[in-house]
Ligand binder design. Structure first.
Ligand code: SF4
Ligand code: SF4
Length: 142
């Protein structure tokens, strides 16, 4: 699928959700988790309304397939990307986080400025400070 990425003006206002969901018929957990009505799922693929999204991260935590992330383009030459990952890939706080694109290729690294194990003991949330050039392409931590 082609992602709907926030416009530059929205990126400059802070964190916004982006989905890399390929389409899940029986899943709409991201939309159900959003208290702001910012995710609709008219078909197989969820759609984020970036005008309504406040960047709370509830959809990122809720997605079982790690298809949601937050992007923040308000930090000047840096970007912050918030991703969910298996606990085994959780970096140390302030440690290095390795970033991968949608094809699984390593594209760069950043600093883990937030590391938060999630309830259930399988996943964690990581916010990575990295080059702004990676903002559109980093979709996984490994
Ligand atoms: S980040 Fe929060 S407000 Fe934005 S789409 Fe996800 S759950 Fe909704
Ligand atoms: S929760 Fe994840 S897998 Fe389910 S519809 Fe949303 S983005 Fe797709």
């Amino acid at each position: 699928m082609s992602e709907i990425f926030p416009a530059e003006a929205r990126l400059l206002r802070g964190r916004a959700a982006v989905t890399a969901c390929p389409g899940q018929d029986s899943c709409g957990l991201c939309a159900s988790a959003c208290a702001y009505g910012a995710i609709k799922k008219p078909g197989r693929v969820p759609q984020v309304d970036h005008a309504l999204c406040v960047g709370c991260g509830a959809c990122v935590k809720a997605c079982p397939q790690l298809n949601m992330r937050l992007v923040d383009g308000s930090k000047g030459e840096y970007a912050e990307i918030t991703l969910k990952c298996p606990l085994t890939f959780l970096p140390e706080p302030d440690g290095e986080a390795r970033l991968f694109d949608g094809k699984g290729s390593f594209i760069g690294a950043g600093k883990a400025v937030l590391v938060q194990p999630l309830p259930g003991g399988q996943f964690g949330l990581v916010r990575v400070k990295t080059d702004r050039a990676l903002l559109t392409t980093a979709v996984r931590i490994g």
